[in-house]
Design a protein around this ligand. Structure first.
Ligand SMILES: *Cc1c(COP(=O)(O)O)cnc(C)c1O
Length: 407
């Protein structure tokens, strides 16, 4: 047997079945499978507990690349202070969700002139990622007769220790090396543009509170130091995020109470230069990841060389991350359950759950301990609220995308 990750909190049973949003999984699956079900109450609870743990003045942003499903995005927009986007396409979705441009910031390397123009015209803040991008934005602003709202995304020399995906520290396509930032900040502030401050993002999927605390302290110190060297005030400072969620065996939740207390203490010691700065963190998976379940129906159960395979109507074309092919080095099992017998005991024999694609990569749960799986059963794959539907190759093999619902 191979272990599975922990089933997230907030999921109970009704008549022995997995319950999502107060109804049985089979109700949500009735219309068609596969389906992603996102639970609104879990989103609300997550944001509420985060706010309770964080300093009161801290703004919370949702990085919408984690899940851009329009109903979910609209719901999140009502819960958080800002939406962080990474393309003009995401900008349109955010505006369609009635997010006002002053609450949107746009990061990402490779913003083309059309994207810069759309953001500047709308009044969206650009987290600029290179000197050349700053100059293009200034020129476009001049041409349009609009003072662009510009912040600098800083590539710090540190990253979050033990984080799943490194996005800061050393040579990176993201942000501007910290050394090069002060004269560019000065240039923006002197240009007549609206100088918005810094965006400093050091990593993702961190579960170790000490690592997050150390990174936030280093980020604050860096922001103060850059402001001092540039001789600019910092209206806004995005401290990054990187809060992780438990996906795999042995993962434990991030202790956000400790992170919040340490951040309060660090903020109270911040540089004089940052006295009037408004601080934010930006989170994706931490806000939405555990609120989503991918439900897929078992089409066939077969045996091969003594191993049991349950073949589902889903697969990596919807939930690439659970197959281990989205940013993990070693494949491990996500939390998985037989949704229609959620409270049944596992059988002695190990069972493997696969998708319906003709590739050995399409593995959803490898050699796990679950109740006996039969054709017609519903399999639930948890932690599907982030980097699921929109981060999977849904055109691959032609089965088409999964349905999504916010409940
Ligand atoms: C991807 C990304 C995020 C969200 O990451 P999560 O791990 O989902 O929290 C936030 N900020 C930036 C700049 C990103 O690229």
């Amino acid at each position: 047997m191979k272990p599975m990750g922990p089933v997230p909190g907030g999921f109970g049973a009704i008549d022995g079945e997995l319950a999502i949003g107060g109804r049985k999984a089979s109700d949500w699956a009735e219309q068609s499978t596969p389906v992603f079900v996102y639970d609104r109450a879990l989103l609300d609870g997550r944001v509420a507990s985060l706010r309770a743990a964080m300093p009161k003045t801290l703004a919370i942003h949702y990085a919408m690349k984690a899940n851009p499903f329009p109903p979910l995005l609209s719901h999140m927009a009502g819960l958080v202070d800002g939406i962080d986007i990474a393309s003009a396409g995401e900008m349109r979705l955010a505006m369609d969700a009635s997010v006002t441009p002053d609450r949107i910031s746009f990061a990402g390397p490779g913003k083309d002139d059309g994207e810069l123009e759309a953001a500047i015209s709308a009044g969206v803040t650009l987290n600029t990622e290179s000197a050349a991008e700053i100059r293009r934005a200034l020129a476009i602003g001049e041409r349009l007769g609009i003072a662009p709202r510009l912040a600098i995304r800083v590539n710090p020399v540190f990253d979050i220790k033990g984080s799943g995906m490194k996005m800061g520290g050393g040579a990176k396509p993201f942000g501007i090396d910290a050394d090069l930032v002060p004269p560019l900040a000065r240039e923006i502030a002197d240009s007549g543009a609206q100088w918005r401050g810094f965006h400093i993002y050091a990593g993702s999927q961190a579960l170790d509170a000490d690592a997050v605390i150390a990174t936030q302290a280093a980020t604050l110190a860096l922001a103060g130091d850059l402001a001092e060297r540039a001789g600019v005030d910092v209206p806004h400072c995005n401290l990054g995020g990187g809060f992780g969620i438990p996906y795999f065996p042995g993962d434990a939740p991030l202790d956000i109470e400790r992170v919040g207390e340490a951040l309060s203490a660090a903020l109270s010691r911040r540089s004089e230069r940052l006295a009037d700065t408004r601080f934010a963190i930006e989170l994706g998976r931490y806000l939405v990841g555990e609120a989503g379940v991918y439900l897929t129906r078992v089409i066939d159960v077969k045996e091969s060389h003594g191993e049991i395979f349950a073949v589902t109507d889903g697969g990596l074309h919807h939930q690439l991350a659970a197959s281990g092919n989205f940013g993990t080095v070693v494949r491990r099992n996500y939390p998985v359950a037989v949704a229609n017998r959620f409270d049944a005991d596992p059988i002695e024999r190990e069972q493997t759950i696969v998708g319906r694609l003709c590739t050995p990569l399409d593995l959803l749960a490898n050699k796990v301990a679950l109740p006996e799986i039969r054709a017609g059963d519903l399999v639930a794959i948890f932690c599907a609220g982030a980097y699921g539907a929109s981060a999977s190759p849904s055109a691959f093999l032609g089965h088409g995308p999964a349905r999504e619902v916010l409940v």
